[in-house]
Design a protein around this ligand. Sequence first.
Ligand code: DNO
Length: 387
Amino acid sequence: MQHTMRWYGPSDPVPLSHIRQAGCSGVVTALHHVPVGEVWTIDEIEKRRNEIRNAGLDWTVIESLPVSEDIKRRTGHFRAHIENYRASLRNVAACGLKVVTYNFMPILDWMRTDLVYPMPDGSRALRFERLAFIAFDVFLLKRPGAETDYSDDEIAAARQRLDKMSPQQRDKLFHTTLQGLPGSDEHFTPEQILSALELYRDIDARTLKEHLFEFLREVVPTADDAGLRLAIHPDDPPFPLLGLPRIVSTEKDARELLDSAPSSANGLCFCTGSYGVRPDNDLAGMVKRLGDNIHFIHLRATRRDGAGNFYEADHLDGDVDMYDVVSEIVDLEGRRNESIPMRPDHGHQMLDDLEKTTYPGYSGIGRLRGLAEIRGLELGIRRNKAS
Ligand code: DNO
C-alpha cells in the first residue's frame, strides 16, 4: 500500500513535516477553500501541489472533489456544476494527480453524537449513540415526522436520555451531530438543516441512485480520458438518517454503481470504518470481489454493540478483521501489480494531542499509532506470503 495521511491544508494543526515523520510518502487533501460547484483552477492546484512537494511528500489522492447538492438533487445549477466538475477533473489530471475521492451523501457527510468519548486508557474516540441521536432528531431538531422512524419504546428511552442531560450537554449534542462537514468548523443552524432536509422530501433512495448513476455516466468518460480514477466514499454511518436516503452502504450498492458506468475509472474508496459498521458487509470478501475498482483505501475499525451504537476502536481492535482485510489487499496488489493508496482513517485523541484542537478524528498521534500498526501488520503478511 502507499502510506498516506489526510492533511486539511495550511490551516491544519498537524503540519506536513509531522505527516512525513509518521512514515508517509504522500498526503490526501483537497482545495477546501474553493466553494462547492466551482472549478479548481490549474493555478490553485499547482500551488497546493508545490507546497506539498516542498515538504518532501506527494499529493497522492484528492479527498474530496465535492459534489454539489444541486447535482445530487438534479436541480438548480446542476448542469453548470457538472461542467465545472469535468473541468476540475481535467485540471487535476493536467497537474499529474491520479485519484479523486468524492461522496454522494445528501447534505451531511459523516455523523457522530460524541467526539470525545472516553476510552478506558484515557484516550478519546468518536462515537455514534443511537438514543442520543433519536433525542437529537425528535426533541432537539424536532424534524417533522421524525417519530415515525422509531418505535415508541425508543422514543421514550430517548426522552429519558435527554432529561438526564444538562443544557450544556444538549447544546453539545446538537453541535456535534450537525458537524459532519470535513475540513470546516461550520455547522448548521436548526433552520438551515430543516430547510435543507425539506428539499429532499421527494427524493427517495431509488431517485438518488438514479441521480448518482446519471452523474457517473456524465463524469466517468471524462475521468477515463484524463487517466484519472474516481473513488466514491461510502455512507458513514451506512444506514439512513434524518429521513435521508443512503445509497452507498453495502456490497450490492457498490456493485450497482460500478455497473451503471462500467470503466476502471469508476471506482471505490474502500473505507472499512464505514462499511464495517454493518455486520452484513463481508469486508475481506468485498476486497476480493470488488478489488479491480478499489482505488483508495481507508483503514479503520469500529466496535458496535447490539443496541445500534458504535465507537471508533483502535485500528487493530474493532469488529473489522484487519488481518483478513490487509491480507486480501496484499493479494489484490499482487494481482494488479500495483500499490494502492491507503490512509489510516481517524485515530484516537491521545498523549500530547489530548490538549490540542484538531479536526475530529484527525489528531496526529492517534493516526500515527494506527498507521504504524497497519504497516507492521502489512509487512508481516507480505513476508509470510513470500516464504
Ligand atoms: C471522514 C471522511 C469523510 C470523507 C468524505 C469523502 O472522516 O472519511 O469525510 O472524506 O466522505 O468524500
